[in-house]
Design a protein around this ligand. Structure first.
Ligand code: AMP
Ligand code: GLY
Length: 445
């Protein structure tokens, strides 16, 4: 390892096309070290305003072409947002002494792409998690849910964009969920084996940490609302809205979580000869018996990153570059003391199939939000640039609207009002992001 300073100008490729990447790109473009920012050719309309589109689809299937293009454009740093390319081994495939890559290798990212493996690591290293079992056949899974008396949760072990989890109230729901995975194969090969675990109760928190192989730096905590309906009802989604920071964990709690969750996870991988670099993200349930891990992700969360980036103060490019270099101890950043709240405006049908191509009205460019703190930041998710400067929908989570406020109530109120101003056919959003914490405050206040 060297202690060379970050290059004066660094050409960066940001992989990923959604709201997380738009928020990251926005902070990256504020770095004095950014040379040229490249984004994927299929990037959303917001990203395409901040970066230059790669000439062709960025896919590992064309590794030879990619390599040549990276060299030709003197790309010195690749930042990978989504789990898909990480699970495919993009970090392994593009590793080179000439460039840094932010994100874990395929082996390290297995903590996310194989929930059965994550459970094994958790068991081996005594990380607190829900009690459960991995089933690889329909018969075994049906027998297990039938013999259990307590409500359970059925999870496809592979990647399903946050939708492969069924939180079941009773046996009938559990049996139906098992059949959807293993008989109807709703999630394809991702559901060929499933984790069935006890249903935990409590508030959820997303704890994200930068990890450089050895050093672990926890970021401020976020709460994401995963269910599509108000009051946390209906099927799971990738995330309908989030806020940061949460009042749910004290600094002391976070130290315990670092010690009991993050350190053992990183050590458990290291014992298998695997080094983790990138973001490790623990989805936690705060149960009466203490925090328990629901899942690990190996990347920035979405919408978590939208609220984290709204509050991030520092040089994001330098932060991620030093992390990728194994030099996290040199990084300096802080968070805006205000609360950020994000409300995701979705297309009708989400988390199921949606209609694309609906004209979006009411979008406000990010530079206006930066100039005037009363204007919400609108990070594009599934949008597409269309003719005559118009922007149309291109999937389920269309735009994330983030506001900063002196407290959660103020931030949530403003984000919800601004989300209302985004218009397209079939648009909907939740109006109760943050309700659990706000309700708790009312009760205790
Ligand atoms: P996961 O992808 O494993 O984080 O699951 C997605 C969502 O399902 C979580 O954010 C929780 O809301 C819910 N969930 C997952 N596991 C459990 C569990 N054991 N008990 C209760 N809810 C859960
Ligand atoms: N919002 C949850 C995730 O990114 O997985």
């Amino acid at each position: 390892m060297t202690s060379e300073p970050i290059p004066e100008k660094l050409n960066v490729l940001l992989v990923g096309t959604g709201g997380r990447e738009h928020a990251l790109a926005w902070r990256l473009t504020q770095s004095p070290h950014l040379g040229k920012l490249w984004v994927e050719s299929s990037a959303n309309a917001g990203l395409l305003e901040l970066g230059t589109a790669c000439p062709e689809e960025f896919s590992l299937k064309r590794k030879y072409y990619l390599e040549r293009w990276l060299v030709q454009e003197k790309i010195g740093f690749i930042i990978i947002g989504p789990e898909g390319p990480l699970s495919e081994g993009m970090v392994d495939a593009l590793a080179s002494p000439d460039r840094a890559i932010f994100g874990p290798t395929r082996a390290a990212a297995r903590l996310e792409w194989d929930k059965a493996y994550a459970k094994t690591i958790m068991r081996q290293t005594s990380i607190p998690t829900a009690e459960g079992r991995v089933c690889t056949t329909l018969t075994a899974a049906l027998a297990y849910v039938t013999e259990r008396d307590e409500p359970c949760v059925v999870k496809a072990t592979g990647l399903c964009a946050g939708k492969g989890v069924a939180v079941c109230k009773n046996k009938d729901e559990a049996i139906a969920a098992v059949k959807r995975c293993m008989e109807q194969r709703e999630f394809g090969a991702a559901g060929d084996s499933i984790v069935i675990e006890e249903r935990l109760e409590g508030q959820e928190v997303s704890v994200l940490a930068l990890v450089d192989g050895r050093t672990i730096t926890l970021l401020d905590t976020v709460q994401d609302h995963k269910q599509v309906g108000e009051g946390d009802t209906g099927p799971n989604t990738g995330g309908m809205g989030a806020f940061c920071p949460t009042p749910l964990l004290t600094d002391q709690d976070l130290q315990s979580i670092a010690r009991d969750v993050f350190v053992p996870a990183i050590d458990g991988l290291r014992r298998q000869g695997i080094e983790f670099r990138g973001v490790l993200f623990a989805g936690l349930m705060l149960t009466p018996a203490g925090p328990k891990v629901l899942e690990f992700n190996c990347r920035f969360g979405d919408p978590e990153t939208q609220v984290l980036m709204a509050r991030f103060r520092g040089d994001l490019l330098r932060t991620l570059w030093l992390t990728a270099q194994g030099r996290l101890d040199e990084v300096e950043f802080s968070f805006d003391p205000r609360t950020a709240c994000c409300v995701v405006v979705c297309a009708h049908g989400y988390p199921g199939a949606t209609t694309k191509g609906q004209l979006i009205k009411g979008l406000i460019p990010l530079d206006r939000a930066t100039a005037d703190s009363g204007v919400a930041m609108m990070f594009h998710g599934a949008t597409k640039a269309a003719k005559k400067g118009e922007t149309v929908t291109n999937g389920g989570r269309v735009v994330g609207v983030t506001s900063l406020g002196d407290d959660l109530e103020a931030a949530a109120k403003q984000a919800t009002a601004s989300a209302q101003s985004i218009e397209f056919q079939g648009a909907f959003h939740r109006r109760d992001i943050g309700f659990r914490v706000l309700r708790q405050r009312q009760i205790s206040g």
